[in-house]
Design a protein around this ligand. Structure first.
Ligand code: ADP
Ligand code: MG
Length: 798
């Protein structure tokens, strides 16, 4: 349009200028010539321009055709791209339909259905009872197969997981594809717009060319027009060239994009192929697993069927056996029916009998009761008779015992020789002075000042004798205490001869005291079904003729011996503590307590204990559960003060008083025992606290045992001689009513055989009975006296 306007204006201007110059110069040939020249030049120029125009036209046409070709090419390209896009979209949709969600989903659904079916089958299999053949091998197989199945299920679950992963991947790919598609669409839209614009410009150019062609400008303006048009065309050409260039760039860019897209498509194709291959692999895997599962299911099914068949066969066999049994039972039943009939008859008969049974029972009960009553009466009578006999037997036993005691002598004397100890020292003084008779255990020989002296006692224990041996000898005495007898056991001898060892012993090797109590406990326990016993213990000491309670709270308190106020003539010590003991532990506690009392009281216990008499008084009280008969027996265990003659060495003061008291009490004991054995009318019990306290236990049918302790060594030979003489004198007091005699030579120096207790005074210098005599009962010339039997006898405690 611009070009057109410019051309028209220019033409008019050019025409008016030329008209004025031709009319204004009259007649000038050079001017014409110049004009002709100019004209020819113009002509040349015109032809040149025309040529150029032709060229331009040609070029324009060429350009047009080029442009056309380019646009067609572009159109084609766009078409191609569109087609490709459509085909891609189709391909994508096809792929999606082929591989995407639908198929996978279908496959997954199929798997799920399959899985569900398998699960149901498994449940059915599990639910199937193992009854037909419990514990058979098929059940094991079935369990194995079930395990396999569960494994397969696990695999299926894994495959499912993989499938879902693949699904996810495919979904991602699809999303990417959609993205690419979208971008492609955008590119296409851009292309279309560009194309639209290009075609519009092409159309404009065509129109311009057409309008240019349609113009037929006058010749005079041709050159100008051509000039103008030429420049315009040049401009248009350059513009179109630039546009063309731009379009080519765009096309190149599009090509690049297309190439990229093609590459993407290619890669997505590859990916798809890969995915397909994977899916195919998984499908194959699944197929294989499914096949395996099916196979296992098949084998399971077969096993199951086989097991069922076997069970069925077995059941049939069993059924057959049961049928046979049934037939047998039926026949049995048939045969049993008559028996049942007879049984029914019997039953009816019994029923009738049962109806009459209460009557019969009552009658029977009555007669049985009468019989039982009679029997009880008979038993009662028998019991009465037995009791009467038992009491008579008891009396008889007592009588026999008394008789035995009378015959044997209720006073026995034994000797115990202790072993040589370290304290005895060494040298000639410590040599052994005591020997024994290997054939007679009642004989002891002493070598005194080179002369052998022999003594006969009831028993002699050599140093080898154990505590138990000695205890066995006294055991019978102790048990008689349970029967209500009073017993006294004395340990007599010089200090250090073993009195305390024999009576108390050591904790590891206890003496008579503890063993006696143990024995009493066990005896009492043995009789516990018929008798009820209580055992009490008191401990006292007599020192310088003063009686003290070793178990009391105030051991230094002097105790007195009194007559029972009930007129029974019995003695008792007011304030003397009595402990009831039930076990060995109790005894130990009592001993310990007594010991502590003694220890705290005296600084030199050994010294003190050898100067005092220690008494353990055990009282056993019994009640016969069936008869109510009561007994009381006392066991006095006495560790006497040392019998050594202190006075000889001229002791004075305190020591002399001690010696006098010991002399007095030991003499009194000797006298009492002698009087008792010789059954004298008067027994000087009151001559000492010791004999007075033990009066009950020394008189009557009481039993006394004296253990004379002897030191074996030479240096003690004099004291040993003295002790053994004393022992033999005690023993040799013979028993027997009137006819018995006893050797009284050794006692002659004392007036205490006809004693008046009040006038008895001990000899201060030496023991009253210490006059030297040979001491053997068989010694010729010994003076014997007839002794009257003791009129006093303690009644048996009841
Ligand atoms: P006593 O009481 O007569 O003064 P002991 O009983 O204290 O004498 O004894 C003096 C020593 O001799 C003690 O060491 C004691 O252990 C010991 N003894 C006494 N008799 C025996 C014996 N049969 N066996 C062993 N050792 C004894
Ligand atoms: Mg002692």
């Amino acid at each position: 349009m611009n070009i057109e306007k410019t051309g028209k204006g220019g033409g008019r201007l050019f025409g008016s200028g030329r008209c004025s110059s031709l009319s204004g110069s009259p007649g000038a040939a050079p001017v014409v010539h110049r004009m002709v020249e100019a004209m020819s030049q113009l002509q040349e120029e015109k032809s040149q321009l025309q040529e150029e125009l032709v060229v331009l036209r040609e070029r324009l046409a060429l350009h047009d055709s080029d442009q056309h070709a380019t646009s067609t090419q572009l159109q084609n390209q766009v078409e191609n791209l569109k087609e490709k896009l459509i085909s891609q979209a189709q391909e994508v949709s096809r792929l999606r339909s082929e591989l995407g969600g639908t198929d996978l989903e279908k496959h997954r659904d199929r798997l799920m259905v399959e899985n569900e079916r398998l699960r149901q089958e498994l449940q059915e299999l599990r639910a199937q009872p193992a009854a037909p053949c419990p514990g058979c091998e098929h059940s094991q197989e079935s369990t194995q197969l079930r395990d396999k199945l569960s494994q397969l299920q696990l695999e299926v679950a894994e495959n499912k997981g993989m499938l879902s992963e693949l699904n996810l991947e495919v979904q991602q790919k699809t999303d990417r594809l959609a993205e690419v598609e979208l971008r492609l669409k955008d590119c296409l839209a851009e292309k279309a717009q560009e194309e639209e614009r290009l075609s519009r410009r092409l159309r404009d150019s065509h129109e311009t060319i057409a309008s240019l062609r349609a113009q037929s400008p006058p010749v005079k303006y041709v050159i100008k027009t051509v000039e103008v048009e030429s420049s315009k065309t040049k401009q248009a050409l350059s513009e179109s060239q630039a546009r063309n260039q731009h379009l080519q760039e765009q096309v190149a860019m599009q090509r690049q994009v297309l190439k990229e897209m093609e590459q993407q498509l290619h890669s997505s194709h590859q990916l798809t192929a890969q995915l397909r291959a994977q899916i195919a692999m998984y499908e194959a895997e699944l197929e294989r697993a499914h096949g395996q599962m099916l196979e296992e299911m098949q084998s399971l099914e077969e096993d199951k069927n086989r097991a069922i068949e076997e069970a069925f066969a077995r059941a049939q066999v069993e059924m057959k056996a049961v049928h046979e049994n049934l037939a047998g039972v039926r026949t049995n039943l048939l045969t049993l029916q008559p028996a049942l009939r007879t049984l029914t008859n019997d039953y009816n008969g019994l029923k009738r009998q049962v109806r009459g049974f209460p009557m019969l029972l009552q009658e029977a009960l009555r007669s049985v009761k009468a019989e039982i009553g009679q029997a009880i009466e008979e038993v009662n009578n028998n019991n009465q008779e037995l009791l009467r006999k038992y009491r008579r037997e008891l009396q008889l036993r007592k009588k026999c015992h008394n008789e035995l005691v009378r015959l044997k002598g209720n006073i026995r004397v034994i000797a115990r020789v202790r072993p040589v100890t370290k304290e005895d020292g060494e040298g000639p003084e410590a040599t052994n002075a005591v020997t024994f008779d290997p054939d007679d255990d009642s004989i002891i020989h002493l070598l005194h000042k080179g002369k052998p002296v022999s003594f006969e006692l009831d028993k002699v224990f050599s140093p080898g004798a154990s505590q138990q041996d000695v205890f066995q000898e006294v055991q019978a005495l102790i048990t008689s205490c349970i029967d209500g007898f009073n017993v006294c056991i004395f340990a007599y001898g010089q200090t250090g001869a073993g009195k305390t060892y024999t009576m108390e012993g050591t904790p590891e090797n206890p003496g008579i005291n503890q063993r006696a109590l143990q024995l009493l406990f066990s005896e009492v326990q043995e009789k516990a079904s018929d008798w009820q016993y209580t055992i009490t213990v008191s401990a006292a000491e007599i020192y310088n003729e003063v009686l003290r309670d070793l178990l009391g709270r105030e051991p230094q308190e002097k105790l007195e011996i009194r007559l029972c106020p009930d007129g029974s003539g019995q003695l008792y010590v007011p304030g003397l503590t009595e402990f009831q003991v039930q076990s060995v532990e109790d005894i130990n506690k009592v001993f310990e307590f007594g010991h502590t009392n003694r220890t705290t009281e005296f600084t030199n216990l050994n010294e003190h204990s050898s100067r005092s008499h220690a008494l353990l008084i055990v009282t056993v009280r019994g009640v016969d559960c069936s008869t109510g008969l009561r007994t009381i027996g006392k066991l006095n265990l006495v560790d006497l003060a040392g019998s050594e003659r202190v006075g000889k060495s001229g002791a004075e003061g305190h020591r002399l008083r001690e010696a006098q008291h010991i002399n007095k009490s030991l003499s009194a004991l000797g006298d009492v025992i002698a009087a008792l054995r010789s059954r004298q009318g008067h027994v000087p019990f009151r001559n000492s606290k010791l004999t007075y306290l033990l009066q009950d236990s020394l008189s009557g049918d009481s039993k006394t045992l004296m253990v004379v302790q002897v030191s074996p060594v030479e240096k003690n030979a004099s004291e040993t001689l003295y002790s053994l003489k004393f022992a033999e004198r005690v023993r040799s007091v013979e028993l027997g009513p009137g006819s018995r005699r006893t050797e009284l030579g050794s006692w002659s120096s004392q007036e205490h055989l006809e004693w008046e207790p009040a006038c008895q005074t001990p000899q201060p210098s030496a023991r009253a009975h210490s006059a030297p005599t040979s001491g053997t009962s068989s010694r010729p010339g010994s003076i014997r006296r007839k002794l009257q039997p003791s009129g006093r006898s303690r009644p048996v405690p009841v």
